[in-house]
Ligand binder design. Structure first.
Ligand code: SF4
Length: 493
C-alpha cells in the first residue's frame, strides 16, 4: 500500500529520517473472541513498520465495523470503548505511514467497500507498480475512487470482474496487478490472505487456540501467544472460513524474490523472515563486513538501534571491543517536521549523543545499516569528532543504496540518494570520515546463507542496490508525470 507524500515526516520517536522506511504492516485473525483486541496487540508488535496511522475492521457475523485513526496503535486501540465498537471473531488491521492533511484518513487502512458479495475489507503491505496505469483505465470505465491509495485499485478490479464467484473475481484482479502485495482481506464468507507471486513482502501464518492469524512478521504472532505455522508462500492464496483452511495457487510458479532489505533493516531483529532469524543474519552481515573491510581500530561502535546486531558481528569477527559510543534517547517524542537539511540535522542531535568519556582519543569503527541521503551519517560523524574521536572509519552493513524502491518502501527520488550521486570516495569526503566501505552484494547474499548473487541468479529483490527490478514498472515507464498529477492530485512516491 503506497500513497503519496506531499512532504515527508520526520518521526523523532522511533525511526531515523535518513533510513528507508517500510510503509506498512498487516495482521488478520479468524476465529478468536475479541478478535479486534488480538489484532491491536499484533499491530502493536508491527508498529516499526508504520507509525502514522492504524486501523482495524471486524466482522461480527452480521456487520462490519471499522475504526481508523492517525497516530500509533497505543493511544488509539488500547481503549476499551474502541475495542467494544469492533465486535466479532474475525478482524484485520493495518499500520502505515501516511500522507497528511485531508487525504490522511481516507487512505488509512483497512479500506472497505460494499461489493456484490457483501462487504470487503483489505489491508495491504506493498505497492503496486502498475496502479496508476490501471486506475486510469478504471476511471475511464466509470470507477469512482474514494482514496489516493493503490490498494483501492484491487477493490475496483474485484468489483468489475466478469467472473461469478468472489474467489474467481479476486484471482482475476490479482492477475491484472503487478508489484508487491501481501494482503489480508475480510469478507462475510471468511478471511483471504495472499502474497504476490514473487513474495516481495513477507506474510506469515500462525495459530492461537482455535484461531488462525496472519501477520507481516512473526513478532506479531509472539505478541499474541500464537505458534508459527508457516509463511504464506509466494503466489499463494489462503482462505480461512467455517469450512476450514484452503490454499490456492493460481499463478504459474516463478522464482521468488523476497525483499532483501527486510533482513538488513525493516524487520524486527526478533522476527523470523524467510525461515531465518533476522538477528542472526544481521550478525553474519557484520562478520562479512569485517572480513571484507577490516580496520585497525580501538573499538566498534553501532549507530543505534539498527546498527547494533551488525556491529556485534563485526566486533566478534575482528576481535575488537564492542562499545556503546552513541547513546540514543528514547524519549524524544514525535516531531512532525517538514524536510530541510537544517531541521533533519536537529532531529539527529535530538536522538543521539556521543558517549564522550568512552570515545575520546579513540579510533572508531562506526557501523550503520545503510546510507540514504547521508544527512544522519554526516551529523553523527561530526558528533564523534567533536567528542574527541581520533579516527572515524564508517562501515555500512549493506551495499550502496543507488535506486528507489517501488514496492512499498518510502525512498527518496534517486537524485537524493547519496550513493546514486557520488562514488564511495566522494561519499567518504562528504560525510568526513577517515574511511568508508560498504558490504558487497555477494557478502550480503553470503550472510543469508546463499552462494552469492550471481551463483544461481538473484534469490531476492535487491533492486535498491542493483537496479534489477523483479517486475515491470509500468507506472514509471508508461505514465507521464502530468498524468499522475491530474489523476491523483499528488505524485506517487
Ligand atoms: Fe526491498 Fe529494495 Fe526491493 Fe524495495 S527495491 S523491495 S527495499 S530490496
Amino acid at each position: 500500500m503506497l500513497t503519496t507524500h506531499p512532504f515527508h515526516y520526520e518521526d523523532g520517536g522511533s525511526e531515523d529520517g535518513d533510513h528507508l522506511r517500510e510503509e506498512c504492516g498487516v495482521v488478520g485473525i479468524y476465529g478468536a473472541d475479541t478478535a479486534a483486541a488480538v489484532v491491536a496487540l499484533g499491530l502493536h508488535a508491527l508498529q516499526h513498520r508504520g507509525q502514522e496511522a492504524a486501523g482495524i475492521t471486524s466482522w461480527d457475523g452480521h456487520q462490519f465495523h471499522t475504526h481508523r485513526a492517525s497516530g500509533h496503535v497505543a493511544g488509539n486501540f488500547d481503549r476499551d470503548d474502541v475495542i467494544r465498537r469492533l465486535p466479532g471473531q474475525v478482524a484485520c488491521g493495518h499500520v502505515r505511514y501516511a500522507t497528511t492533511g485531508d487525504t490522511a484518513l481516507r487512505n488509512v487502512q483497512p479500506l472497505y467497500a460494499e461489493l456484490f458479495s457483501g462487504g470487503f475489507a483489505v489491508s495491504h503491505n506493498g505497492n503496486l507498480s502498475n496502479a496508476m496505469h490501471l486506475r486510469r483505465q478504471l476511471v475511464r470505465r466509470g470507477a469512482i475512487f474514494q482514496s489516493t491509495s493503490d490498494t483501492e485499485v484491487i477493490i475496483h478490479l474485484v468489483a468489475l470482474s466478469s467472473y461469478r464467484t468472489l474467489l474467481d473475481r479476486f484471482i482475476d484482479a490479482l492477475k491484472q496487478i503487478e508489484g508487491a502485495y501481501s494482503l489480508v482481506c475480510l469478507t462475510p464468507e471468511g478471511m483471504i490472505a495472499c502474497r504476490d507471486p514473487l513474495g516481495i513482502r513477507p506474510l506469515v501464518m500462525g495459530r492461537v487456540g482455535d484461531a488462525y492469524i496472519f501477520a507481516s512478521e512473526t513478532v506479531a504472532l509472539d505478541m499474541v501467544g500464537a505458534s508459527f505455522i508457516r509463511q504464506v508462500e509466494p503466489g499463494e492464496i489462503v482462505i480461512v472460513s467455517d469450512r476450514g483452511v484452503r490454499s490456492h495457487r493460481p499463478f504459474a510458479a516463478v522464482r521468488p524474490r523476497p525483499c532483501i532489505f527486510e533482513h538488513v533493516y525493516f524487520s524486527r531483529p526478533d522476527s523470523i523472515v524467510d525461515g531465518t532469524s533476522v538477528y542472526s543474519v544481521r550478525k553474519r552481515i557484520g562478520a562479512e563486513l569485517a572480513r571484507e573491510n577490516p580496520v585497525d581500530a580501538d573499538m566498534v561502535v553501532p549507530v543505534p538501534d539498527s546498527g547494533v546486531p551488525a556491529a556485534i558481528g563485526y566486533a566478534q569477527e575482528s576481535r575488537l571491543p564492542f562499545e556503546l559510543g552513541i547513546i540514543r534517547s528514547h524519549y524524544v517524542g514525535r516531531t512532525f517536521i517538514q524536510p530541510g537539511d537544517g531541521i533533519r540535522h536537529l532531529g539527529v542531535k535530538l536522538k543521539h549523543n556521543a558517549n564522550r568519556s568512552l570515545i575520546e582519543g579513540k579510533r572508531l569503527v562506526l557501523i550503520d545499516d545503510s546510507i540514504v541521503r547521508g544527512t544522519t551519517s554526516l551529523k553523527i560523524v561530526e558528533m564523534m569528532k567533536d567528542a574527541g574521536a581520533r579516527e572515524v572509519h564508517m562501515r555500512i552493513a549493506s551495499p550502496p543504496t543507488r535506486h528507489s524502491c517501488f514496492y512499498g518502501v518510502d525512498t527518496p527520488e534517486r537524485a537524493k540518494l547519496l550513493a546514486a550521486q557520488m562514488s564511495v570516495a566522494e561519499m567518504a569526503d562528504y560525510i568526513k570520515v577517515d574511511s568508508l566501505a560498504f558490504l558487497s552484494i555477494d557478502g550480503l547474499y553470503r550472510a543469508l546463507g546463499e552462494e552469492g548473487r550471481d551463483a544461481e541468479g538473484p534469490q531476492h529483490c535487491d533492486a535498491c542496490f542493483t537496479g534489477d527490478y523483479p517486475t515491470h514498472l509500468t507506472d514509471q515507464e508508461d505514465v507521464a508525470p502530468g498524468d499522475q498529477l491530474s489523476l491523483l492530485g499528488e505524485r506517487a512516491a
